[in-house]
Write a protein that binds this ligand. Structure first.
Ligand code: TXA
Ligand code: MG
Length: 366
């Protein structure tokens, strides 16, 4: 299949182009489009045939449910039922934006959208092109991140093509996405509202509306995580081709450990990449490394925006090893940690005072 790549203006998306993309969606085809978080692989959320094409194109297992994207609250009632009153407050405060709500699924929605679960995940994206595409199509759009299963999420149209060229009809290219990591997934179907995936809306922001909010156990402590998570699930997410080492500990120890590890790998003739904030880079400046600069560690929004592009750039440079480090858990830090931990296949290495690293399995999961 030929994949058509169409540049589209971010602020004033071309109506004729959107109409063509909408025709593809209405014919059960696939259109990749930008959201404020990452690019999505879109199809009609109300059609089983269209949803099946998403799973096939991504090589995604049928057990992994997909988020439906809406342009207005009327569309929510097509997808979900028994919508609790708090949804109107959450929608007012956080939509459009990087928050996904898990609700009971309406009977008319194909069960394959939700991998057979009785729930549905819904979000209203803030990107003008995403909104305009949903409106032009007239249906909610199912869209996982537009990457092959297990690969880092795409923050540019080029990333989408790296993984999916020839597997979809059209890519709408409006330049790099701004948030850079995926939406926060919030489950409202249990006894307490639960964050299933940390993301673009920080947990403390949600707590202003939901004081009884809890994190899925895997994000609370390694001990609880082990009881819940299946580490095998980790192997399959955000995995760069290179072997990735995630160092955790106080900044001084971690920096010493980064330098020691880089030197050790270089001595073994390995090509070494680093995915680090700019504050760490002067200490490594004399080493022959491939650098993906995440910006200042004081600016986690920029770190998030650069994270996946950095992973992909290091893969393109064909490094053997990627070194990165823990940047804390506050605000966007939790989502950044989650993505790095999964890229590290669930294992962080604790940098100790002696410069020795002990391997810890923190057991995060998808
Ligand atoms: O920012 C985002 O969320 C991006 C953009 C394109 O909107 N989408 C995205 O989709 O990240 P995906 O498929 O890569 O990740 C969807 C996440 C998965 O962790 C999935 O398990 C969860 O949402 N999810 C989807 N439906 C669910 C459901 N019914 N119940 C629980 N979790 C669900
Ligand atoms: Mg994804």
């Amino acid at each position: 299949m030929h994949t058509r790549i169409c540049h589209i203006d971010l602020q004033q998306p071309d109506a004729a182009l959107l109409a063509e993309a909408a025709v593809v969606i209405q014919a059960d085809g696939l259109v990749a489009f930008p959201t404020e978080t990452v690019y999505g692989l879109g199809a009609n959320a109300l059609r089983a045939e269209a949803i099946a094409r998403i799973y096939a194109a991504k090589e995604r297992p049928a057990t992994d449910p997909i988020i439906a994207h809406i342009a207005d609250l009327a569309m929510l009632t097509l997808l979900a039922r028994q919508i609790p009153p708090v949804v109107s407050t959450l929608a007012r405060v956080f939509w459009p934006g990087p928050l996904t709500l898990v609700l009971p699924r309406a009977a008319t929605v194909p069960s394959t959208l939700s991998a057979g679960m009785p729930t549905v995940a819904v979000r209203m994206p803030a990107h003008p092109v995403a909104q305009a595409l949903i409106e032009a199509s007239g249906v909610p759009i199912a869209a996982p991140s537009a990457n092959l299963f297990t690969r880092p999420s795409p923050t540019t149209a080029r990333h989408v093509l790296e993984d999916l060229d020839g597997r979809l009809e059209m890519v709408l290219d409006a330049g790099p996405t701004t948030v850079g990591i995926e939406s926060t997934v919030l489950d409202l179907t249990g006894e307490q509202p639960t964050v299933l995936r940390p993301g673009g809306i920080p947990v403390d922001a949600l707590q202003t509306v939901l004081p009884d909010l809890v994190l899925a156990p895997r994000f609370i402590s390694p001990e609880q995580a082990e009881a819940v998570a299946s580490p095998g699930m980790l192997l399959k997410h955000y995995a760069p081709r290179a072997e990735l080492h995630l160092l955790s500990g106080n900044t001084q120890d971690v920096r010493a450990q980064l330098r020691a590890a880089a030197t050790r790998h270089l001595a073994r003739q390995r090509k070494v990449g680093v995915l680090l904030p700019q504050e760490d880079l002067p200490l490594l400046a004399d080493l022959n490394l491939v650098v993906a600069d995440l910006g200042s560690e004081a600016d986690l929004a920029t770190v998030a925006a650069r994270l996946f592009a950095g992973l992909r750039a290091l893969d393109q440079a064909e490094v053997d090893v990627i070194l990165c480090r823990d940047l804390g858990r506050d605000g966007l830090g939790l989502a950044i940690w989650d993505r790095l931990l999964r890229a590290a296949r669930g294992q962080a290495e604790a940098a100790g005072p002696a410069g020795k690293a002990a391997v810890q399995d923190h057991g995060a999961t998808k």
